[in-house]
Design a protein around this ligand. Structure first.
Ligand SMILES: NC(=O)C1=CN([C@@H]2O[C@H](COP(=O)(O)OP(=O)(O)OC[C@H]3O[C@@H](n4cnc5c(N)ncnc54)[C@H](OP(=O)(O)O)[C@@H]3O)[C@@H](O)[C@H]2O)C=CC1
Ligand SMILES: Cc1cn([C@H]2C[C@H](O)[C@@H](COP(=O)(O)OP(=O)(O)O[C@H]3O[C@@H](C)C(=O)[C@@H](O)[C@H]3O)O2)c(=O)[nH]c1=O
Ligand SMILES: [Mg+2]
Length: 295
């Protein structure tokens, strides 16, 4: 199978690239700016025509949650208009199209995990742009599959796990919010799940799916696990991680208090279930230690 991935330097794109390297039956190429730009349909058309994929995955997005508050037009141009343009290209060529969205489409007021049919209500510009993207993608390409994931971390790029390890290396104490809960999700687990979905076949399976690490935790609990792993694996002394509230840690964008995703539909339709978040957190920290980035 030939897979075209939009997004070259991103966490999910790099995880897909790595997965495909170990698989002779997969030819996967990642595409990014400036050659391939979600804001330039012509650039995307040219890449698709040249690569002749069997499927397209959109793993590119404007992901700076706080910056989006003062840059919403750009976030929308990429996350909504750009995603829709790529979805339309896939539809015109009859290619399976997998798009990635986010838990931040929800307002966080539900006191249970969200299912796909729950009402959305983003609390910030990034979430609004991603919600607009889901809707635009499904409108121009009714065969598309949209996967909402959450709290993505990996050895690559910028993410909460790497931020914590970096801060922990120089500070004795940290304050991390304990009143926002969600599902930490390891980019390589997302990559494996998306490829499994393509291999099982997407015909007749269009629509929205929740796809996140199994189990949930607060950012404070996630940080605590990250430092425990660093201590066990690298002998790195963990800082004291104090539980604070959202009010104690003001940010430009408001985040949902609860963005836990119920991933039952993914399991029912595709028999795909992601590993427990704790196991993947440990695996990611271990990998960073082994490559000398931590410890
Ligand atoms: N990170 C997270 O915690 C979460 C992410 N998601 C979603 O998962 C998907 C993948 O996220 P993740 O891998 O973390 O993303 P990253 O932030 O790691 O990477 C985003 C990628 O998108 C590329 N990109 C941005 N704008 C454009 C553009 N105009 N044209 C082409 N490429 C562009 C970036 O390229 P460049 O290097 O040029 O900037 C980068 O490669 C996204 O849809 C995101 O919204 C969902 C939930 C959580
Ligand atoms: C660095 C830091 C953050 N925090 C808080 C702020 C925030 O509420 C929470 C997470 O902060 P971050 O800025 O790392 O994460 P954030 O940018 O909100 O991550 C989001 O990214 C987008 C792309 C998504 O789609 C979401 O699923 C989610 O992963 O932790 C602390 O409490 N203490 C700290 O020292
Ligand atoms: Mg290969």
């Amino acid at each position: 199978m030939r897979i075209l991935v939009a997004g070259k330097s991103g966490q999910v794109a790099l995880a897909l690239e790595e997965l495909a390297k170990g698989r002779e039956d997969l030819t996967l190429e990642t595409f990014g700016r400036p050659d391939f730009d979600l804001k330039s349909p012509t650039s995307m058309d040219a890449a698709v025509a040249a690569f002749r994929p069997d499927a397209i995955i959109n793993a590119a997005a404007y992901t700076a949650v706080d910056a989006a508050e003062t840059d919403e037009d750009e976030a929308t141009a990429i996350n909504a208009d750009g995603a829709a343009a790529l979805a339309a290209i896939a539809h015109a060529r009859g290619l399976p199209f997998l798009h990635i969205s986010t838990d931040y489409v929800f307002d966080g007021t539900k006191d249970a995990p969200y299912v796909e049919t729950d009402p959305t209500g983003p609390t910030g510009a990034y979430g609004r742009s991603k919600l607009a993207g889901e809707q635009a993608v499904m409108q121009v390409n009714p065969d598309a599959l949209v996967f909402r994931t959450a709290w993505v971390y990996s050895p690559w790029g910028k993410n909460f796990l790497k931020t914590m390890l970096k801060l922990g290396a120089t500070r004795d104490t940290l304050g991390v919010v304990a009143d926002q809960v969600g599902n930490p999700t390891y980019a390589p687990d997302i990559a494996a799940a998306l490829v499994a979905v393509l291999e099982k076949g997407t015909e007749g399976k269009a629509g929205i799916y929740h796809l996140a690490g199994t189990g949930s935790i607060s950012w404070h609990g996630f940080a605590t696990r990250i430092f425990e792993a660093g201590e066990h694996i690298a002998g790195q002394k963990a800082p004291t991680v104090n539980a604070i509230t959202t009010a104690d840690y003001p940010t430009p964008a408001k985040r949902p208090a609860n963005s836990r995703l119920d991933c039952g539909k993914l399991e029912t339709v595709f028999s795909v279930r992601l590993p427990a978040w704790e196991a993947s957190t440990d695996a990611c920290v271990k990998r960073l230690v082994e490559t000398g980035e931590v410890g």
